[in-house]
Each structure stands twice: as C-alpha cells, then as structure tokens.
Design a binder for this molecule. Structure first.
Ligand code: ZN
Length: 107
C-alpha cells in the first residue's frame, strides 16, 4: 500500500533572512534549484524540516503581488463563464390554444 503525500504549492514559503516570501511553483523545487520570489529575490532552494525558532515575517511585497495575481485569475475565470441560457417558453400545441377573449367595452 502506498500513501500520497500532498503538498499545497500555494502554501510553500521561501524564508530569506527571516522574511517569508511567496513563489509561483508548478512543482516542488529540488535542493539547490534557483528560485525567484514574487518580489524578485533570487536564491537557491534548501530544505529544513525542523520548525523555525522564530516565526518569519511575511513579505508584504509578495503578499500584495499574490493578492493582485489572485484577483487577475478570478477575473479571467469570470470572463470564461458561459452565460446562462435564456428561459425557454414552452410552445402551446395548436389544438390547445386559448380562444380569443372578447374585449371589454368601456364608456
Ligand atoms: Zn517577497
């Protein structure tokens, strides 16, 4: 039996000098691979499975770019939404049509 290790690439942060940056990842990077954060910091990847002693500060530039990217992707998805079909009005069979109603005479 095997188990699948699922890694949410959106949750991966790259910590550089105590600041947690965001990345655009399509797969887990390999150790030593060159990575560029959303705010354009370029470093080589290394991994540490021990919990950090100090909680890294979030990079606000990356956070802002990430939010902007998400908004752009959401807008893109909205553009591809197929509009709902207009409601269909059922046709009445010819034999069941209502006879013309007499007009009301006023005055
Ligand atoms: Zn950053």
């Amino acid at each position: 039996m095997t188990g699948l290790v699922y890694v949410d690439l959106d949750a991966v942060r790259l910590v550089v000098d105590g600041v947690a940056h965001r990345l655009r990842l399509v797969r887990m990077p390999a150790a030593g691979e060159q990575l560029t954060t959303l705010c354009r910091v370029v470093v080589h990847a290394s991994f540490d499975l021990t919990p950090p002693r100090v909680v890294p500060e979030p990079c606000w530039a990356c956070a802002e770019m990430y939010a902007s990217d998400r908004a752009a992707r959401a807008a893109q998805r909205r553009l591809h939404v197929v509009p709902a079909e207009p409601p269909r009005i059922p046709l009445q069979p010819r034999g069941l049509r209502r006879p013309p109603q007499p007009k009301e005479i006023t005055g």
